[in-house]
Write a protein that binds this ligand. Sequence first.
Ligand code: 13P
Ligand code: SF4
Length: 467
Amino acid sequence: MSSVNTTIQLITRDEAERRGKPGRAQTSCDDDLAKGPWEFDLAEALAGTPGYGPGASEADVAPAATPRQGQLPQEYKDASDDELTARIIAAKAELGDRVVVLGHFYQRDEVVRFADFLGDSFQLANAAKAKDTAEAIVFCGVHFMAETADMLSSPHQAVILPNLAAGCSMADMADLPSVEACWAELEALYGTEPDADGRVPVVPVTYMNSSAALKAFCGRHGGIVCTSSNAATVLEWAYERGRRVLFFPDQHLGRNTAKAMGIALEQMPLWNPRLPLGGNGESVMREAKVVLWQGFCSVHKRFTTAQIDQARVDFPGVRVIVHPECPMEVVDAADESGSTDYILKAVQAAPDGSTFAIGTEINMVNRLAAQYPQHTIFCLDPVICPCSTMYRIHPGYLAWVLEGLVRGEVLNQITVPEATAVDARVALERMLAAKPRSVQERSARQAAANTPVPAAATVPAATVPVA
Ligand code: 13P
Ligand code: SF4
């Protein structure tokens, strides 16, 4: 199977022929995806406004503070694929253990082939931490991932994002001033005093897909970070400490996780940061168990229940797995939902001959299809539409930053100010220490088994205190 980018280039080249053949299987959501990302760096520089590039999130508005990439030197734009490959291999060989290249599952194959580690955002942050010998960590992912790697890696390590315009449109939907304004309104409504059980009125929970500034906000306000693989564990942690949760920036991950924990939809008001009380009445806010920030992922928002219905018609017995950033009705209609790592493990564990329809980013789905030919694996969305910010990393930028390192120049370093990092690490460490309820219960049972219990004592069944 050819890479997503090669496929998009083929689709774009024979556009005329494609239009004449309505039955043709593959289309791309934006033919501009066939261009080099440097064309968008240039367009943004000329327009004076940052953007996310073509593809799934092109319609989202990039905030003015979104980092912009300077011009990639011409030699990297002009280089052929073979030349870039040779230059990247040579630079990596010269740097040896001094550099580690990390690749997210959603990166294009042309970049992933040079990665020393491939994984989800959390696994890559841990890989950055583990590879202490490397002076430089080249993070082929998006901005919030590089920030997290910077905060978790050693002080002597430089984290490099090959294209500074590789942000995340969802992460940019919540900024510190808007979250602080929301917090002030929540404090005015609920007060700040703990209840008789010692639970505070609200615990802030931020998804990993957020700026370091928001992770620091959570660290300062008794809150925590979550990823898509531990969101339920983190919400349990939060409800042990608070009566309700403010969850940002992804409404879908928050809603899907809270719903699976038994929280009613009426108790999950959506917070629009541009409206007083987020656009909600006071009585609704008083009943809230989780206040959901109005953010979303443009990639996962593309998946629909109609696509699931079609997959079931075309492939009876198909196993539909979607990422929890998908809208609730899509998660409900799927057979399973889980993080990128969950999806990978499900495919690995399936008996030969399984058929999967997967609702997550196309680069990952197509790679799974190529790596596990014993299965039939396809993306739920028939239109090829990669994450437009992951797209901003291209082998040209990778060659540029690696050759910079060979010359002793650190290009595109991502540095989180220490004052922010100190608080953000508190929220990250809380997440790392949070244990799933089953593990907590097991240790509690073990402790109880070792402790003489008075005959009259009764141990109440464990409940998740969300009321
Ligand atoms: P992971 O945390 O699974 O790497 O996902 C990150 C992401 O951006 C999903 O859209
Ligand atoms: Fe952000 Fe969505 Fe891209 Fe993930 S897939 S990096 S959430 S825009």
